[in-house]
Design a protein. Sequence first.
Length: 548
Amino acid sequence: MTKAARLMVECLENEGVAVVFGLPGEENIRFVQALASSKIRYVLTRHEQAAAFMAEMYGRVTGRAAVVSATLGPGAINMQLGVADATTNSTPMVAISAQVGQDRQYKESHQYVDLVSMFAPITRWAAGVPTVRAIPEMFRKAFKLAETERPAAVYLAVPEHIDADEADYDLSPLPRNVVRADAPAPGQVERAVDILRAAKRPVVLAGHGAARSDATAALVRFSERFGVPVANTFHGKGVMPDDHPNSIGTLGFMRHDYVNFGFDNADVIIAVGYELQEFDPVRINPQADKKIIHIHRFPAEVDAHYSVDVGIIGDISDSLDAVADGLADHTYEAEPEVPGSGLLAEEFARGQQDSRYPLAPARVVADTREALGRSDVVLVDTGATKMWMARLYPTYERNTCLISNGLSTMGFALPGALGVKLARPEAKVLAVVGDGAFLMNSQEIETAVRERIPLVVLIWEDGGYGLIEWKMDLELGEHYYVKFGNPDILQYAESFGAKGYRINSAEELLPTLRAALDDDGVSLICCPVDYSENLRLTDRLGELDETL
């Protein structure tokens, strides 16, 4: 290995990197050689996009930037979707790729494209490494930017002549410094307290930032002290446990859902760690007339329906506690139960008893919840699966129901589950995917088998792109070009060396899930789903809009 390649690996070791996901290429072979001689685990994947999703989900549950590595040109471009997903989902990631030497970058050249310019719009920072001497500073900066305040992906391009550099530089990694959030400003806390003292019906919206900051304890303290109801976003699922009496559920469904009723009559929204890409604020503040208190580590984005009256910037838990102390013994008049608050539980209970085949979506959700422990992790891919799981799956701890709701990317859950399992080996990990999303990255079953990463994939099978069909039927009254065929999932799984199961009745799903999750191998479960319930759900919610 060259000294430059070894220096890059030493910088990764200095940052505490335990695993790198990726594919090697001709132009970064020395970097890969150096990784092979280190304590860092290199997980060879079958596609760079999947490698990026693995790194993203590893970073999502650890809070530390994970690393994805690729070769130049097509390899780097392949991983861009996962990089963009990480940035829009506020997840730390460091993406590193090879690049042609600087002696070829000024002209038309084999496999050369301006990767830095391509990555710039989808990262916090994108740069090419100009010299070996820059490696320690640039690698430290990459991790600092990826993990500080609002996490995101960063990108570094390493020219092949630097990967191969043998010069005798006296260089070493820079010390890792951890930037901590400031204490909340007393003046802003006082302004928030004044608004809350005058409020009649405040409600809390807990978002991804609250989950990243592990603000559950402070959130529960605040809610219990003043009896304020709390809703989670899709990204915030579990930060307020769904079995807490003050939890009113998860906000983010495409129609006015039961949870929205908790915001309809609210006069103050306390947005805790909420970020606009999680959910359009017009859905909870349509008249732009509610007062908004923004509590986060960074200022709010500007939006006509999210006009912040008070912004408290700093550590989220400290900020919540400071506001609670300022309110002291203030009480709110007991309000009647939030309209619709019991309907979600009723819908879940009906699903538990639904024995139709193909299975009702609510039955699949209920059995999935029964099969997993409170601290186990489910990754939910984008599609109709996301709509059912996000709104109906009870979640009790942060980062145990993982959804892409920034970019809402299809195909992330299966590869992402490998990253989660490596980050949290003690937990059972389940990837829930529609059959449309499944084949987008199903090749990573081989990676899981080869790397001996226990994994269960539950495929909701309907032979089509269910969410698009749902949307077309809602708005057009008919649908087009959403149906496709599927392989025999049992044979497909077995061809990779995994186990395959097909559900033939509603009663088979729960025992099959339990058996697969208790196995130390890789399993695929194909579960036919009856999506005729989709339109019934949106019709039912539309009727509720008129009566509540």
